[in-house]
Write a protein that binds this ligand. Structure first.
Ligand code: PLP
Length: 412
Protein backbone atom coordinates (compact mmCIF):
# COMPACT_ATOMS: atom_id res chain seq x y z
CA UNK A 1 0.00 0.00 0.00
CA UNK A 2 1.28 3.48 -0.84
CA UNK A 3 0.82 5.13 2.53
CA UNK A 4 1.99 8.43 1.14
CA UNK A 5 -1.25 8.92 -0.80
CA UNK A 6 -3.53 8.86 2.24
CA UNK A 7 -4.88 12.27 3.06
CA UNK A 8 -3.83 13.84 -0.20
CA UNK A 9 -5.93 13.76 -3.31
CA UNK A 10 -4.15 12.05 -6.15
CA UNK A 11 -5.68 12.64 -9.53
CA UNK A 12 -5.57 9.89 -12.12
CA UNK A 13 -6.93 10.42 -15.62
CA UNK A 14 -7.86 7.49 -17.86
CA UNK A 15 -9.59 7.41 -21.25
CA UNK A 16 -12.46 5.20 -20.05
CA UNK A 17 -13.62 2.47 -17.65
CA UNK A 18 -11.94 -0.45 -19.50
CA UNK A 19 -8.60 1.36 -19.14
CA UNK A 20 -9.19 1.72 -15.38
CA UNK A 21 -9.94 -1.99 -15.07
CA UNK A 22 -6.80 -2.90 -17.06
CA UNK A 23 -4.66 -0.66 -14.88
CA UNK A 24 -6.12 -1.37 -11.45
CA UNK A 25 -8.28 -4.54 -11.55
CA UNK A 26 -10.05 -2.91 -8.59
CA UNK A 27 -11.20 -5.07 -5.72
CA UNK A 28 -13.67 -2.42 -4.57
CA UNK A 29 -16.18 -0.30 -6.54
CA UNK A 30 -14.60 2.73 -8.20
CA UNK A 31 -16.39 6.01 -8.87
CA UNK A 32 -15.38 7.72 -12.12
CA UNK A 33 -15.64 11.51 -12.53
CA UNK A 34 -16.35 13.25 -15.84
CA UNK A 35 -15.79 16.96 -15.17
CA UNK A 36 -16.24 17.81 -18.86
CA UNK A 37 -19.81 16.45 -18.73
CA UNK A 38 -20.74 18.47 -15.63
CA UNK A 39 -19.17 21.59 -17.14
CA UNK A 40 -21.20 21.12 -20.32
CA UNK A 41 -24.44 20.72 -18.33
CA UNK A 42 -23.66 23.84 -16.28
CA UNK A 43 -22.91 25.96 -19.34
CA UNK A 44 -26.15 24.75 -20.93
CA UNK A 45 -28.25 25.94 -17.98
CA UNK A 46 -26.29 29.18 -17.60
CA UNK A 47 -26.71 30.02 -21.28
CA UNK A 48 -30.17 28.65 -22.07
CA UNK A 49 -32.37 28.75 -18.97
CA UNK A 50 -34.30 32.04 -19.21
CA UNK A 51 -33.29 33.09 -15.70
CA UNK A 52 -30.90 32.15 -12.91
CA UNK A 53 -29.83 28.55 -12.22
CA UNK A 54 -29.07 27.47 -8.63
CA UNK A 55 -27.34 24.12 -8.22
CA UNK A 56 -29.17 21.90 -5.69
CA UNK A 57 -26.18 20.68 -3.72
CA UNK A 58 -27.82 17.63 -2.16
CA UNK A 59 -27.83 15.82 -5.52
CA UNK A 60 -24.03 15.57 -5.30
CA UNK A 61 -22.03 17.66 -2.80
CA UNK A 62 -18.59 16.61 -4.05
CA UNK A 63 -16.23 19.61 -3.69
CA UNK A 64 -14.55 18.78 -7.02
CA UNK A 65 -17.94 18.94 -8.73
CA UNK A 66 -18.81 22.22 -6.99
CA UNK A 67 -15.61 23.74 -8.37
CA UNK A 68 -16.40 22.54 -11.89
CA UNK A 69 -19.88 24.09 -11.74
CA UNK A 70 -18.51 27.36 -10.36
CA UNK A 71 -15.87 27.54 -13.09
CA UNK A 72 -18.64 26.97 -15.65
CA UNK A 73 -20.69 29.95 -14.49
CA UNK A 74 -23.00 28.60 -11.75
CA UNK A 75 -22.88 31.31 -9.06
CA UNK A 76 -25.87 30.34 -6.87
CA UNK A 77 -26.22 27.20 -4.75
CA UNK A 78 -29.35 25.72 -3.19
CA UNK A 79 -28.31 24.29 0.18
CA UNK A 80 -30.54 22.26 2.48
CA UNK A 81 -28.63 21.92 5.77
CA UNK A 82 -26.09 23.86 7.79
CA UNK A 83 -23.49 21.22 6.85
CA UNK A 84 -24.10 22.01 3.17
CA UNK A 85 -23.89 25.74 3.92
CA UNK A 86 -20.48 25.24 5.56
CA UNK A 87 -19.24 22.91 2.82
CA UNK A 88 -20.15 25.20 -0.08
CA UNK A 89 -18.90 28.30 1.72
CA UNK A 90 -15.55 26.58 2.43
CA UNK A 91 -15.28 25.32 -1.17
CA UNK A 92 -16.59 28.41 -3.00
CA UNK A 93 -16.02 31.51 -0.84
CA UNK A 94 -17.78 33.87 -3.29
CA UNK A 95 -20.82 31.74 -4.08
CA UNK A 96 -24.35 32.96 -3.27
CA UNK A 97 -26.04 30.45 -0.99
CA UNK A 98 -29.80 29.99 -0.77
CA UNK A 99 -31.13 27.93 2.15
CA UNK A 100 -34.11 26.28 0.47
CA UNK A 101 -35.13 23.62 2.98
CA UNK A 102 -38.47 24.79 4.41
CA UNK A 103 -37.75 23.31 7.86
CA UNK A 104 -34.60 24.62 9.53
CA UNK A 105 -33.37 24.97 13.09
CA UNK A 106 -33.06 28.42 14.60
CA UNK A 107 -29.34 27.84 15.16
CA UNK A 108 -28.84 26.84 11.52
CA UNK A 109 -30.60 29.98 10.29
CA UNK A 110 -28.60 32.21 12.65
CA UNK A 111 -25.27 30.68 11.61
CA UNK A 112 -26.17 30.79 7.91
CA UNK A 113 -27.20 34.44 8.13
CA UNK A 114 -24.64 35.68 10.65
CA UNK A 115 -21.53 33.71 9.71
CA UNK A 116 -21.94 32.62 6.09
CA UNK A 117 -23.77 35.55 4.51
CA UNK A 118 -26.91 33.63 3.51
CA UNK A 119 -29.78 36.01 2.74
CA UNK A 120 -32.24 33.75 0.90
CA UNK A 121 -34.40 31.27 2.82
CA UNK A 122 -37.50 29.27 1.98
CA UNK A 123 -40.47 28.49 4.20
CA UNK A 124 -43.91 26.95 4.01
CA UNK A 125 -45.47 27.88 7.38
CA UNK A 126 -45.98 30.86 9.70
CA UNK A 127 -43.86 29.16 12.43
CA UNK A 128 -40.90 28.98 10.06
CA UNK A 129 -41.34 32.64 9.13
CA UNK A 130 -41.26 33.61 12.81
CA UNK A 131 -38.18 31.44 13.30
CA UNK A 132 -36.36 33.11 10.41
CA UNK A 133 -37.26 36.60 11.64
CA UNK A 134 -36.15 35.79 15.21
CA UNK A 135 -32.89 34.14 14.14
CA UNK A 136 -31.91 37.07 11.92
CA UNK A 137 -32.85 39.88 14.32
CA UNK A 138 -29.78 41.56 15.84
CA UNK A 139 -29.00 41.48 19.56
CA UNK A 140 -30.05 45.13 19.64
CA UNK A 141 -33.49 44.04 18.42
CA UNK A 142 -33.13 45.29 14.88
CA UNK A 143 -34.88 43.13 12.30
CA UNK A 144 -32.97 42.08 9.19
CA UNK A 145 -33.80 44.31 6.23
CA UNK A 146 -32.05 42.25 3.59
CA UNK A 147 -33.95 38.94 3.53
CA UNK A 148 -35.11 37.22 0.35
CA UNK A 149 -37.84 34.83 1.46
CA UNK A 150 -39.37 32.23 -0.84
CA UNK A 151 -42.71 30.70 0.09
CA UNK A 152 -42.83 27.07 -1.00
CA UNK A 153 -46.11 26.16 -2.66
CA UNK A 154 -47.29 22.57 -2.76
CA UNK A 155 -47.73 21.39 -6.35
CA UNK A 156 -48.54 18.12 -8.05
CA UNK A 157 -45.85 15.50 -8.63
CA UNK A 158 -48.03 13.66 -11.16
CA UNK A 159 -45.59 14.12 -14.02
CA UNK A 160 -42.41 13.09 -12.19
CA UNK A 161 -40.75 9.77 -11.43
CA UNK A 162 -40.04 10.67 -7.79
CA UNK A 163 -42.70 12.54 -5.83
CA UNK A 164 -41.87 15.52 -3.64
CA UNK A 165 -45.48 16.57 -3.18
CA UNK A 166 -46.43 15.21 0.20
CA UNK A 167 -43.77 16.57 2.50
CA UNK A 168 -43.32 20.28 1.84
CA UNK A 169 -45.29 23.21 0.52
CA UNK A 170 -48.21 25.32 1.67
CA UNK A 171 -51.54 24.43 0.07
CA UNK A 172 -52.96 26.98 -2.31
CA UNK A 173 -55.93 27.63 0.01
CA UNK A 174 -53.58 28.63 2.84
CA UNK A 175 -51.02 30.48 0.72
CA UNK A 176 -52.46 34.02 0.72
CA UNK A 177 -52.03 34.84 4.44
CA UNK A 178 -48.51 33.35 4.44
CA UNK A 179 -47.49 35.32 1.34
CA UNK A 180 -48.87 38.53 2.87
CA UNK A 181 -47.10 37.98 6.19
CA UNK A 182 -43.85 37.15 4.43
CA UNK A 183 -44.15 40.24 2.23
CA UNK A 184 -44.21 42.36 5.41
CA UNK A 185 -40.74 41.24 6.53
CA UNK A 186 -38.99 40.34 3.28
CA UNK A 187 -36.89 42.68 1.20
CA UNK A 188 -37.58 40.34 -1.73
CA UNK A 189 -40.53 37.93 -1.81
CA UNK A 190 -40.35 34.74 -3.82
CA UNK A 191 -42.62 31.82 -4.61
CA UNK A 192 -40.98 28.45 -5.13
CA UNK A 193 -42.13 24.89 -5.74
CA UNK A 194 -40.75 21.49 -6.70
CA UNK A 195 -42.58 19.38 -9.27
CA UNK A 196 -40.81 16.18 -8.17
CA UNK A 197 -37.58 14.71 -9.44
CA UNK A 198 -37.13 13.53 -13.04
CA UNK A 199 -40.15 15.39 -14.44
CA UNK A 200 -40.99 13.73 -17.73
CA UNK A 201 -42.93 16.58 -19.37
CA UNK A 202 -42.70 20.39 -19.40
CA UNK A 203 -46.39 20.42 -18.56
CA UNK A 204 -45.42 19.70 -14.92
CA UNK A 205 -43.97 23.23 -14.71
CA UNK A 206 -46.77 24.85 -16.70
CA UNK A 207 -49.35 23.40 -14.32
CA UNK A 208 -47.33 24.44 -11.25
CA UNK A 209 -46.96 27.99 -12.61
CA UNK A 210 -50.75 28.13 -12.99
CA UNK A 211 -50.93 27.50 -9.27
CA UNK A 212 -48.38 30.25 -8.69
CA UNK A 213 -50.60 32.60 -10.68
CA UNK A 214 -53.60 31.71 -8.51
CA UNK A 215 -51.57 32.25 -5.34
CA UNK A 216 -50.36 35.67 -6.49
CA UNK A 217 -53.84 36.79 -7.50
CA UNK A 218 -55.35 35.53 -4.23
CA UNK A 219 -52.76 37.23 -2.05
CA UNK A 220 -52.54 40.42 -4.14
CA UNK A 221 -48.85 40.80 -3.36
CA UNK A 222 -45.94 41.78 -5.58
CA UNK A 223 -43.52 38.94 -6.10
CA UNK A 224 -39.83 39.46 -6.91
CA UNK A 225 -38.72 35.87 -7.51
CA UNK A 226 -40.48 32.99 -9.21
CA UNK A 227 -38.44 29.84 -8.54
CA UNK A 228 -39.50 26.74 -10.49
CA UNK A 229 -37.27 24.45 -8.42
CA UNK A 230 -35.60 21.27 -9.62
CA UNK A 231 -36.95 18.21 -11.38
CA UNK A 232 -35.22 18.70 -14.73
CA UNK A 233 -34.75 15.20 -16.12
CA UNK A 234 -31.78 13.16 -17.18
CA UNK A 235 -31.73 10.09 -19.43
CA UNK A 236 -32.07 6.55 -18.02
CA UNK A 237 -33.22 3.24 -19.54
CA UNK A 238 -36.95 3.47 -20.17
CA UNK A 239 -36.96 7.19 -19.26
CA UNK A 240 -36.24 9.30 -22.35
CA UNK A 241 -37.50 12.79 -21.59
CA UNK A 242 -38.07 15.54 -24.17
CA UNK A 243 -35.09 17.87 -24.71
CA UNK A 244 -34.44 20.41 -21.95
CA UNK A 245 -35.05 23.26 -24.40
CA UNK A 246 -38.71 22.17 -24.43
CA UNK A 247 -38.82 22.60 -20.66
CA UNK A 248 -37.10 25.98 -20.80
CA UNK A 249 -39.43 27.20 -23.54
CA UNK A 250 -42.59 26.14 -21.74
CA UNK A 251 -41.38 27.64 -18.44
CA UNK A 252 -40.44 30.89 -20.17
CA UNK A 253 -43.86 31.25 -21.81
CA UNK A 254 -45.76 30.38 -18.62
CA UNK A 255 -43.64 32.73 -16.47
CA UNK A 256 -43.98 35.56 -18.99
CA UNK A 257 -47.75 35.36 -18.69
CA UNK A 258 -47.72 35.77 -14.89
CA UNK A 259 -49.03 39.13 -13.60
CA UNK A 260 -45.62 39.80 -11.96
CA UNK A 261 -43.47 38.96 -14.98
CA UNK A 262 -42.36 42.56 -15.55
CA UNK A 263 -40.86 42.85 -12.07
CA UNK A 264 -39.80 39.36 -11.06
CA UNK A 265 -36.72 37.23 -11.61
CA UNK A 266 -37.03 33.64 -12.77
CA UNK A 267 -34.96 31.03 -10.91
CA UNK A 268 -34.55 27.27 -11.14
CA UNK A 269 -32.79 24.76 -8.87
CA UNK A 270 -31.52 21.83 -10.97
CA UNK A 271 -29.81 19.02 -9.08
CA UNK A 272 -30.04 15.86 -11.14
CA UNK A 273 -29.75 17.57 -14.53
CA UNK A 274 -26.46 19.23 -13.62
CA UNK A 275 -24.70 16.19 -12.19
CA UNK A 276 -26.23 12.91 -13.42
CA UNK A 277 -23.67 12.64 -16.22
CA UNK A 278 -20.75 13.47 -13.91
CA UNK A 279 -20.24 9.98 -12.44
CA UNK A 280 -20.32 6.34 -13.34
CA UNK A 281 -19.10 3.42 -11.26
CA UNK A 282 -17.14 0.26 -11.90
CA UNK A 283 -18.42 -2.77 -9.96
CA UNK A 284 -17.38 -6.40 -10.07
CA UNK A 285 -19.53 -9.52 -10.28
CA UNK A 286 -18.57 -11.65 -7.26
CA UNK A 287 -21.03 -14.47 -7.93
CA UNK A 288 -23.67 -15.45 -10.47
CA UNK A 289 -26.84 -17.41 -9.65
CA UNK A 290 -28.91 -17.83 -12.83
CA UNK A 291 -30.24 -14.38 -13.75
CA UNK A 292 -28.97 -12.83 -10.52
CA UNK A 293 -25.59 -11.17 -10.22
CA UNK A 294 -23.99 -10.54 -6.83
CA UNK A 295 -22.04 -7.28 -7.22
CA UNK A 296 -19.96 -5.25 -4.78
CA UNK A 297 -22.17 -2.14 -4.49
CA UNK A 298 -25.86 -1.87 -3.69
CA UNK A 299 -28.65 -0.51 -1.51
CA UNK A 300 -26.21 0.95 1.02
CA UNK A 301 -23.88 2.41 -1.59
CA UNK A 302 -24.19 4.37 -4.80
CA UNK A 303 -27.03 2.12 -5.99
CA UNK A 304 -29.41 3.25 -3.23
CA UNK A 305 -32.08 4.36 -5.74
CA UNK A 306 -31.75 1.14 -7.77
CA UNK A 307 -32.70 -0.82 -4.64
CA UNK A 308 -35.13 1.50 -2.90
CA UNK A 309 -37.16 2.99 -5.76
CA UNK A 310 -36.38 0.51 -8.54
CA UNK A 311 -34.39 3.08 -10.55
CA UNK A 312 -32.84 1.61 -13.69
CA UNK A 313 -29.32 2.81 -14.42
CA UNK A 314 -27.62 1.97 -17.71
CA UNK A 315 -24.99 -0.79 -17.52
CA UNK A 316 -22.32 -2.25 -19.76
CA UNK A 317 -19.99 -5.20 -19.36
CA UNK A 318 -16.29 -4.37 -19.33
CA UNK A 319 -15.26 -7.97 -20.10
CA UNK A 320 -13.11 -8.48 -23.20
CA UNK A 321 -15.71 -10.76 -24.83
CA UNK A 322 -18.66 -8.39 -24.24
CA UNK A 323 -18.62 -6.84 -27.72
CA UNK A 324 -21.51 -8.12 -29.86
CA UNK A 325 -22.50 -10.76 -27.29
CA UNK A 326 -26.09 -11.92 -26.98
CA UNK A 327 -27.76 -10.13 -24.05
CA UNK A 328 -30.13 -11.04 -21.24
CA UNK A 329 -31.86 -9.23 -18.40
CA UNK A 330 -30.37 -9.57 -14.92
CA UNK A 331 -31.16 -8.50 -11.35
CA UNK A 332 -28.43 -7.50 -8.88
CA UNK A 333 -27.73 -8.33 -5.24
CA UNK A 334 -25.52 -5.90 -3.30
CA UNK A 335 -22.69 -6.93 -0.97
CA UNK A 336 -24.44 -6.78 2.43
CA UNK A 337 -26.25 -9.67 4.13
CA UNK A 338 -29.55 -7.78 4.01
CA UNK A 339 -32.31 -9.18 1.75
CA UNK A 340 -33.27 -5.57 0.93
CA UNK A 341 -29.88 -5.19 -0.76
CA UNK A 342 -31.52 -6.24 -4.04
CA UNK A 343 -31.93 -4.38 -7.32
CA UNK A 344 -34.60 -5.73 -9.60
CA UNK A 345 -33.53 -3.79 -12.71
CA UNK A 346 -33.79 -5.29 -15.25
CA UNK A 347 -30.14 -4.69 -16.17
CA UNK A 348 -29.29 -5.86 -19.68
CA UNK A 349 -25.87 -7.53 -19.97
CA UNK A 350 -24.13 -10.24 -22.02
CA UNK A 351 -25.72 -13.65 -21.43
CA UNK A 352 -22.33 -15.16 -20.58
CA UNK A 353 -21.42 -12.70 -17.81
CA UNK A 354 -19.66 -14.42 -14.91
CA UNK A 355 -17.97 -13.92 -11.55
CA UNK A 356 -14.87 -11.75 -11.90
CA UNK A 357 -16.30 -9.67 -14.77
CA UNK A 358 -16.51 -5.92 -14.28
CA UNK A 359 -19.57 -3.79 -15.08
CA UNK A 360 -19.81 -0.03 -15.55
CA UNK A 361 -22.99 1.50 -14.14
CA UNK A 362 -23.68 4.87 -15.78
CA UNK A 363 -25.52 8.10 -14.91
CA UNK A 364 -24.73 7.85 -11.21
CA UNK A 365 -23.75 11.48 -10.64
CA UNK A 366 -27.09 12.45 -9.10
CA UNK A 367 -28.21 10.80 -5.88
CA UNK A 368 -25.70 7.98 -6.49
CA UNK A 369 -22.03 8.77 -6.08
CA UNK A 370 -23.04 11.13 -3.24
CA UNK A 371 -24.42 8.18 -1.26
CA UNK A 372 -21.29 6.16 -1.80
CA UNK A 373 -18.48 8.17 -0.28
CA UNK A 374 -19.66 7.80 3.30
CA UNK A 375 -19.72 4.04 2.96
CA UNK A 376 -16.33 3.21 1.70
CA UNK A 377 -12.77 4.32 2.24
CA UNK A 378 -11.77 3.49 -1.28
CA UNK A 379 -11.91 6.36 -3.73
CA UNK A 380 -11.40 9.01 -1.08
CA UNK A 381 -7.64 9.08 -1.41
CA UNK A 382 -7.72 9.08 -5.17
CA UNK A 383 -10.01 10.73 -7.69
CA UNK A 384 -10.31 8.90 -10.96
CA UNK A 385 -11.32 10.88 -14.02
CA UNK A 386 -12.21 9.58 -17.43
CA UNK A 387 -12.32 11.61 -20.60
CA UNK A 388 -14.96 9.57 -22.48
CA UNK A 389 -18.60 10.56 -22.81
CA UNK A 390 -21.28 9.50 -20.30
CA UNK A 391 -23.55 6.61 -21.31
CA UNK A 392 -26.29 9.09 -22.22
CA UNK A 393 -26.39 12.87 -22.51
CA UNK A 394 -28.92 15.67 -22.65
CA UNK A 395 -26.20 18.02 -23.84
CA UNK A 396 -24.38 16.47 -26.78
CA UNK A 397 -26.45 18.35 -29.32
CA UNK A 398 -27.65 15.19 -31.06
CA UNK A 399 -31.23 15.61 -29.88
CA UNK A 400 -34.08 17.37 -31.63
CA UNK A 401 -33.98 21.16 -31.48
CA UNK A 402 -37.45 22.23 -30.36
CA UNK A 403 -37.11 25.69 -31.88
CA UNK A 404 -37.66 24.11 -35.29
CA UNK A 405 -41.05 22.82 -34.24
CA UNK A 406 -41.84 26.22 -32.71
CA UNK A 407 -41.09 27.79 -36.08
CA UNK A 408 -43.47 25.43 -37.82
CA UNK A 409 -46.23 26.44 -35.43
CA UNK A 410 -45.61 30.17 -35.93
CA UNK A 411 -45.60 29.83 -39.72
CA UNK A 412 -49.06 28.30 -39.82
C1 PLP B 1 -33.88 18.06 -4.23
C2 PLP B 1 -34.23 19.47 -4.51
C3 PLP B 1 -33.86 20.06 -5.74
C4 PLP B 1 -33.20 19.30 -6.86
O1 PLP B 1 -34.09 18.43 -7.46
P1 PLP B 1 -33.69 17.62 -8.80
O2 PLP B 1 -34.89 16.79 -9.06
O3 PLP B 1 -32.48 16.84 -8.48
O4 PLP B 1 -33.45 18.63 -9.86
C5 PLP B 1 -34.14 21.39 -5.93
N1 PLP B 1 -34.77 22.12 -4.98
C6 PLP B 1 -35.14 21.60 -3.79
C7 PLP B 1 -35.80 22.47 -2.79
C8 PLP B 1 -34.89 20.25 -3.52
O5 PLP B 1 -35.28 19.73 -2.36
Amino acid sequence: MKLSVWGSLELHIYPDAPAVVRALAPDEPVILNRPHAAARAARFFVEKFPGKSLYAVKANPSPELLKVLWASGVTHYDVASIAEVRLVRATLPDATLCFMHPVKTRAAIAEAYGVHGVRTFSLDAHEELEKIVAATTSDAGEAAADLSLCVRLRVSSDYSELSLASKFGVDLVDAAPLLQATRQVADALGICFHVGSQAMTPFAYVQALERVRAAIVDAAVTVDIVDVGGGFPSIYPGMEPPPLEDFFGAIHRAAESLPVSYSSELWCEPGRALCAEYNSMIVRVEKRRGKELYINDGAYGALYDAAHVGWRFPVRSLADDAEGAQEEDFAFYGPTCDDADYMEGPFTLPAGIKAGDYIEVGMLGAYGAAMKTAFNGFGQAEAIETTDEPMASQYLGDRRDPRHSDNVVSLR
